[in-house]
Design a protein. Structure first.
Length: 204
């Protein structure tokens, strides 16, 4: 069964969609009402997530100080969100954390405030699937065979492939467009041993 924590985030959703001016949120880091500041997931949340029977996991990367309304809409029903770096603004973390528990890694463009204190890699287990996340695929600091899913970003190019039973996923960039690359994120649905990935191009 899916986790039952969604109700805890209803107030956050009202902030993200009902009262926050997203233009002001993106440009100044605040809207007409303050978002609850992002914090690291608690041990209780992490332990619970590992035991879920299924989960809908949002994968997002390279927002570069721009949290699009279209991205928020696609992530609304997620049970957990993973951001693969190049966040560039604490406000982006606050906005995503209003939707679901949020794990993040630091990208090469993350400096200042608390973003420069973020980890370079994260290991997490969700619904029995071991997930490793790092910003740049070239900086993987473990044997991928020790995990089930590797999430990365940096290139702004969405891609996914399987190697030795491990799913590698780059959700692409959901922030500022680079050249003619699409603006994308991804949803990873986990249930039992099944992994179903959907890459979503945002309708801008």
């Amino acid at each position: 069964m899916r986790p039952t924590h969604r109700a805890r985030w209803d107030s956050g959703l009202s902030l993200a969609f009902g009262f926050v001016d997203l233009h002001a949120f993106n440009s100044a880091g605040k809207g007409t009402m303050p978002l609850k500041p992002w914090t690291l997931p608690t041990d209780r949340q992490l332990n619970a997530a590992a035991q879920w029977e299924s989960a809908r996991v949002g994968l997002i990367s390279d927002t570069h100080d721009l949290l699009r309304e279209e991205a928020l809409a696609e992530l609304t029903e997620c049970d957990w969100i993973l951001h693969a770096g190049d966040i560039c603004s604490v406000a982006v973390l606050d906005g995503l954390a209003a939707l679901a528990p949020l794990s993040v890694v630091r990208g090469n463009n993350d400096w200042g405030e608390i973003v420069n204190e973020l980890p370079h890699n994260v290991r997490i287990e969700i619904a029995g699937h071991r997930i490793y996340m790092v910003h740049d695929r070239n900086d993987i600091a473990m044997d991928p065979k020790e995990t089930d899913v590797v999430v990365f970003g940096h290139s702004h190019k969405p891609e996914n492939y399987e190697q030795d039973g491990v799913l590698f996923v780059n959700p692409g960039a959901a922030g500022k467009r680079r050249f003619t690359l699409p603006i994308t994120l991804a949803i990873l649905n986990l249930h039992g041993s099944d992994r179903v990935l959907e890459t979503i191009e945002l309708d801008l």
